[in-house]
Design a protein around this ligand. Structure first.
Ligand SMILES: Cc1ncc(COP(=O)(O)O)c(C=O)c1O
Length: 377
């Protein structure tokens, strides 16, 4: 952060706390942007964050929680785990908190590593899991998405069957960067028939955005199958990306294995209390979904008008075609103060755009139309 920005944020934050202290107004009343936004600058449509910001109840919980921030988060951690167990219809021993869901992905990769282990994953997909495999003995096998932009489970299964030892299957569903689904019935069919040495790491970071009837969670497997691990995130629908919180759900035996690789006291107290308050807000998911649908509509209307294809999105981002070179496109967007997604080889003729607020999407589409006028897309 620039020093100037830091000062601006610091001063206004102090003022906000003052206001709360004299009657709880200002930051606690629920206005989405009552905190000054660091993003006064460029539009940040690059990291699939939630433009609504922390839920009002979560903001209050953070302010109140500061009083206990000098203590280790024993109580808030238990409350968080109990809330998640209730939410998912599982037991507390099934829940493994993470400093973001990415920490749980990392625990899984480390816990399941063997000298002959293979990671089988889609291409393109979210990059963290192969990245965590880097220092370990995994052999990576990438299988292109199929014609539906779903995981090609048939080909992945063939690869798994040919492997002599431990296999870790990474299923990102819905998938990042495509936003597409792999039908849950197909995932279930493989899990049902898979041998014990085939582990499924099912990344459900965008689970709450997806309302398709052909999609459901893999949590249903964890009571009986130690070879299934599900991960979830508070960074997306719960708008807590900066607070770093996620969790894994697994059979007690597997959850125990994951915990051998956990950072002790890994989830911080303020994130935990914000999460519990968010889970208690019955309208949060509906609010986030509605805002996302509105923003997506603005984007898709514009893409339709410009004749730029896009993939059906079940998430808070859309992968759409551009014309010309992605690097040039990204540079030009940056020159217009807009950050867009990174390259996702081999789909280099596409841009991944995160859904921002309605105003942000209006601004983005205005710029995209300008690009068309210039013959750039
Ligand atoms: C598919 C997927 N999994 C995991 C993550 C990481 O989420 P978290 O912020 O919970 O670590 C992301 C972040 O963009 C993601 O897209």
């Amino acid at each position: 952060m620039e020093r100037r920005d830091f000062l601006r944020t610091g001063v206004a934050l102090g003022a906000g706390i003052g206001a709360a202290g004299v009657g709880g107004v200002g930051i606690l009343t629920g206005s989405a942007h009552a905190f000054p936004k660091r993003s006064d600058g460029p539009l940040q449509l690059n990291s699939n964050e939630n433009p609504l910001g922390l839920a009002p109840a979560a903001r209050r919980a953070v302010i109140d929680g500061i009083a206990d921030a000098n203590r280790y988060p024993d109580v808030s951690r238990v409350e968080f785990i109990e809330a998640l167990a209730a939410l998912n219809g599982v037991r507390t021993e099934n829940i493994v908190p993470g400093c973001g869901s990415t920490e749980v992905l990392q625990m899984a990769v480390q816990a399941l590593a063997t000298p002959d282990a293979r990671l089988i994953l889609a291409e393109p997909t979210f990059e963290d899991v192969p990245w965590y495999c880097g220092p370990l003995d995994y052999r990576l096998e990438k299988v292109p998405l199929d014609a539906r932009f779903a995981h090609d489970l048939g080909r992945m299964q063939e690869r798994a069957a040919a492997a002599p030892g431990r296999v870790l299957i990474y299923v990102c569903n819905p998938n990042n960067p495509t936003g597409t689904l792999t039908p849950s019935a197909e995932v279930d069919a493989w899990i049902e028939s898979a041998p014990e040495n085939t582990y499924f790491l099912v990344d459900e970071a965008y689970y709450e955005y997806c309302e398709d009837p052909g999609y459901w969670s893999c949590v249903k497997w964890i009571a009986d199958r130690p070879n299934v691990i599900v991960t979830r995130s508070f960074s997306k629908i719960y708008a807590m990306a900066g607070m770093r919180l996620g969790y894994g759900i697994a059979h007690p035996e597997t959850a125990g294995l994951l915990r051998r690789y956990i950072g002790r006291n890994n989830a911080n107290h303020l994130a935990l209390v914000a999460a519990v308050a968010s889970l208690r807000d019955p309208e949060l998911i509906g609010r986030s979904r509605q805002a996302n649908t509105g923003g997506k509509q603005i984007l898709c209307d514009c893409l339709d008008q410009l004749g730029l294809e896009y993939l059906p999105s079940h998430t808070n981002f859309v992968l759409h075609r551009i014309t010309g070179d992605l690097r040039t496109y990204r540079t030009r967007m940056r020159e217009h103060d807009i950050f867009v997604g990174r390259p996702f080889p081999p789909m280099l003729e596409y841009n991944r755009l995160s859904i921002g607020s309605l105003e942000e999407m209006e601004r983005f589409t205005e710029v995209l139309r300008e690009f068309r006028d210039n013959g750039w897309v």
